[in-house]
Design a protein around this ligand. Structure first.
Ligand code: KG4
Ligand code: ZN
Length: 334
C-alpha cells in the first residue's frame, strides 16, 4: 500500500510517500523559519500564504523522489487538525483535489496521532498498550493507547506547551526562533544546576504538566540580572532546560507506573531534545519501562508520520468524504 502524506498544520509544508505503512520512500519538509524569524514567532497569515506557494512543488518532489506517480497511489493522508486553520486548509484542499481527480482513497489524520505514529516508522515499533508523551509547540499531553487507533487522554499541560516554553525562554534570552534547538545548543555551555527554577505547585492532577511557573521564574531572573553575560545566558538556558525536562520525565514515569504501562512513546518536536531523550530513557529504564523514541527528524513535523497514521486508518476501512473540513481544535481523545 503506497500512501502520500501531506502536512501543513503549522509552519512546515511537508509531503512524504510511505510504502506498507512503514517504509519511507521520500519525506520532504519545507521549513518556514526564515519567514517567521523576523517576528519571533509563527505569523498565521504568512504561514498559510507560504504553504500555498510551496505545497504543490513539495508534493511533486516527494512523488518524484519516491518514483511514484499520482495514479499509482493507494491512498492520500492529510492533517485535518489541530493547527492553524488557514494552514490546514491548504493541505486539505490539495489532498481533496487529488482524491477527487484520481478517485484516490482519502484519510483525514489528527496531527497528534501522526506524531504517535512516527514511533511506528522505526526498527523498534511499540506494541499496544502504551503510553505516549506528545510534546510539541502547541501540545503537551499524555495519551494511553490500549489498542490501534484508540486513545485516552490521561494528562496534559495546564498552561503552556513544552515547546512554547522553550520558544518563550529563547525569546527572553534574545536567542532567536525557533527556541527549542537554540536553547539546547546554548545549554551545552551552561551549568544545569546553576539556578533553581521551581515549577508551579499543583496540589491535584499529578499527571498534568505546567510550565508557567518555570517560565515566570526565568523571566524574573532575567529581569533581575540584566544584562546577562554570555556565560549567564548559557546557565539560564541549561537550568531552564533541566527544569522542563524534570517536569516532563517525572510526571510521565509516574503516570506510566500508576497505569501499569510498561511501554512508553516519546514524540513531537520537543522530543528531538537530547537531554529529554536521555533523561526519560534513564528514568524509564530504572522502572523497567521500554521507551520508544523516533529519530529527531521524525519527532518534528513531517508528513511521513501523517502517511503512517493515514495508512492505519485506510486499512481499518476509513474513508474521508470530499466535504471533509479542517478543524483547528480537533481532539484526539477526551
Ligand atoms: O511538533 P513540532 O515540530 O510542531 C508542532 O506540532 O508544534 O514542534 C515544534 C516545537 C517548537 O516549539 C520547537 O521549539 C520545539 O518543538 N523543538 C525543540 C527542539 N526541536 C524543536 N524543543 C527542545 N529541543 C529541541 N531540540
Ligand atoms: Zn507537530
Amino acid at each position: 500500500m503506497v500512501v502520500l502524506g501531506i502536512e501543513s498544520s503549522c509552519d512546515e509544508t511537508a509531503a512524504a510517500v510511505l510504502a506498507g505503512g512503514r517504509r519511507i520512500l521520500s519525506s520532504i519538509v519545507a521549513s518556514q523559519d526564515d519567514v517567521h524569524r523576523p517576528f519571533g514567532g509563527v505569523v498565521p497569515e504568512l504561514a498559510s500564504r507560504r504553504h500555498l506557494e510551496v505545497v504543490v512543488p513539495v508534493v511533486e518532489r516527494a512523488l518524484a523522489e519516491a518514483g511514484v506517480r499520482v495514479p499509482d497511489l493507494d491512498g492520500i493522508a492529510v492533517t485535518r487538525g489541530p493547527g492553524l486553520v488557514g494552514s490546514l486548509l491548504v493541505g486539505c484542499a490539495v489532498a481533496k483535489a487529488i482524491a477527487y481527480v484520481y478517485g484516490t482513497p482519502l484519510a483525514g489524520v489528527n496531527h497528534l496521532e501522526g506524531h504517535i505514529y512516527a514511533a511506528f516508522l522505526t526498527d523498534d515499533p511499540p506494541e499496544h498498550p502504551f503510553l505516549a508523551l506528545v510534546v510539541s509547540g502547541g501540545h503537551t499531553a499524555l495519551y494511553h493507547s490500549p489498542a490501534p487507533l484508540r486513545y485516552a487522554l490521561v494528562g496534559q499541560t495546564r498552561d503552556d506547551a513544552a515547546g512554547e516554553a522553550f520558544d518563550k525562554v529563547a525569546k527572553l534570552l534574545g536567542l532567536g526562533f525557533p527556541g527549542g534547538p537554540v536553547i539546547e545548543r546554548t545549554a551545552e555551555d551552561g551549568d544545569p544546576r546553576a539556578i533553581a527554577f521551581p515549577p508551579a505547585r499543583m496540589t491535584d492532577g499529578a499527571r498534568d504538566f505546567s510550565f508557567s511557573g518555570i517560565k515566570t521564574a526565568v523571566s524574573l531572573y532575567v529581569k533581575r540580572h540584566d544584562p546577562l553575560s554570555e556565560r549567564a545566558v548559557a546557565d539560564v538556558a541549561a537550568s531552564f532546560q533541566a527544569a522542563a525536562v524534570r517536569m516532563l520525565v517525572r510526571r510521565t514515569v509516574r503516570a506510566a507506573l500508576d497505569l501499569g504501562t510498561t511501554r512508553l512513546v516519546l514524540t513531537g518536536g520537543v522530543a528531538a531534545n537530547g537531554p529529554l531523550r536521555a533523561a526519560l530513557a534513564a528514568e524509564a529504564g530504572e522502572h523497567g519501562i521500554r521507551l520508544h523514541v523516533p529519530p529527531p527528524r521524525l519527532c518534528t513535523d513531517n508528513a511521513a508520520m501523517i502517511a503512517a497514521a493515514g495508512t492505519a486508518r485506510l486499512l481499518a476501512g476509513e474513508r474521508a468524504a470530499l466535504d471533509m473540513n479542517a478543524v483547528a481544535d480537533l481532539q484526539l481523545a477526551a
